[in-house]
Design a protein around this ligand. Structure first.
Ligand code: MLT
Ligand code: MN
Length: 311
């Protein structure tokens, strides 16, 4: 099974448009140790030809231009795309707005939970995805299913979506009702992606607010896990003077410390651990930082745009 990281940064990308944090300045200056990154998304393919996109980043157009495997074949028809299906893990801006790039009456299947499909249905701008071509299909938590190519044939993958602790997308928060941080609902899910032929699988968790015994048991011994790498430390944005929210308030478990993801996943026997959805303030982005060295020493990789993995 082929996996490509299309975008490895959190919402806003790296550098974020209005960010003057030293991290962002280094990326903007073209520093080779501080590589720019587009917003969170991966592509998966069993056959190397037909691709499933997990999360539709606002940078999807650039990501397609950067990855020739996602472009129409040179000898193909006048309108075509290797992108056969799109799957969403939440309704974050950084995960749904790329759908708007996929207009122009091209057939594909769009998979999301009932909750996220409701949100899309309530926002008529997504009607640019012509229903005569784009089929919206509901995923049920805990139920494995075979995603389909545009022509209805199976993509050779089996997906099990499951809820992880998180919260509703920022733009859907309702101050009057309060926000249940760490809620285990259809708002924030993760994916177990299995290659039907080989039986091999990996996990994709771009957002996760905390570890639970159920989650630890599920990912224990996995060949590969992509995990929420938003912040190095919970109060990073507050400490660095660029924001008022903690990682916990945003629904993200931080990387460092006793209660962080490095510690919590350390004993789970996972062969390959990769941070993804990394915020512009996170020092792990800097290849020469002590934090990067610590993550590497703990057996973690930091996703970068264009990273290719095989499972
Ligand atoms: C998040 O992952 O916390 C969101 O992408 C935040 C946002 O929408 O800016
Ligand atoms: Mn996000």
């Amino acid at each position: 099974m082929h996996i490509r990281v299309l975008g490895s940064a959190a919402g806003g990308g790296y550098p974020q448009w209005n960010c003057n944090h030293p991290n962002s300045r280094r990326a903007r200056a073209g520093d080779a140790q501080a590589k720019s990154r587009t917003q969170s998304s991966i592509a998966v393919s069993a056959d190397g030809e037909r691709w499933l996109i997990c999360n539709a980043s606002p940078d999807l157009r650039q990501q397609i231009n950067d990855n020739p495997v996602l472009q129409p074949a040179a000898d193909g028809p006048l309108r075509a795309s290797p992108i056969q299906a799109v799957m969403l893990t939440n309704a974050d801006v950084d995960h749904v707005t790329g759908l708007l790039n996929l207009r122009e009456s091209q057939a594909f299947n769009l998979y999301a939970t009932g909750r996220v499909l409701e949100v899309l249905a309530a926002n008529s701008i997504f009607n640019v995805l012509n229903p005569a071509f784009v089929t919206r299909r509901s995923m049920r938590l805990g139920e494995p299913f075979a995603p389909l190519a545009a022509d209805g044939t199976p993509l050779g993958l089996s997906i099990t979506p499951f809820a992880v602790p998180g919260k509703v997308a920022l733009w859907l928060e309702d101050a009057a009702k309060g926000v249940d941080i760490g809620a285990v609902t259809e708002d924030t899910i993760a994916l177990e992606v299995r290659d039907t032929a080989s039986g091999r699988c990996f996990f994709y968790l771009p957002a996760c607010a905390r570890m639970t015994p159920e989650l630890a048991a599920r990912i224990r011994g996995a060949a590969l896990v992509f995990f929420d790498g938003t912040l190095w430390v919970d109060d990073e944005m507050v400490r660095d003077g660029v924001g008022t929210k903690t990682g916990q308030r945003m629904g993200h478990l931080s990387i460092s410390g006793e209660g962080g993801s490095i510690a919590l996943l350390r004993e789970l026997g996972i062969a390959r651990k990769v941070f993804i959805h990394i915020n512009t303030t996170n020092p792990v982005l800097l290849e020469d930082s002590p934090e990067r060295a610590e993550a590497t020493a703990a057996g973690w990789e930091v996703a970068y745009d264009g990273m290719q993995l095989e499972v």
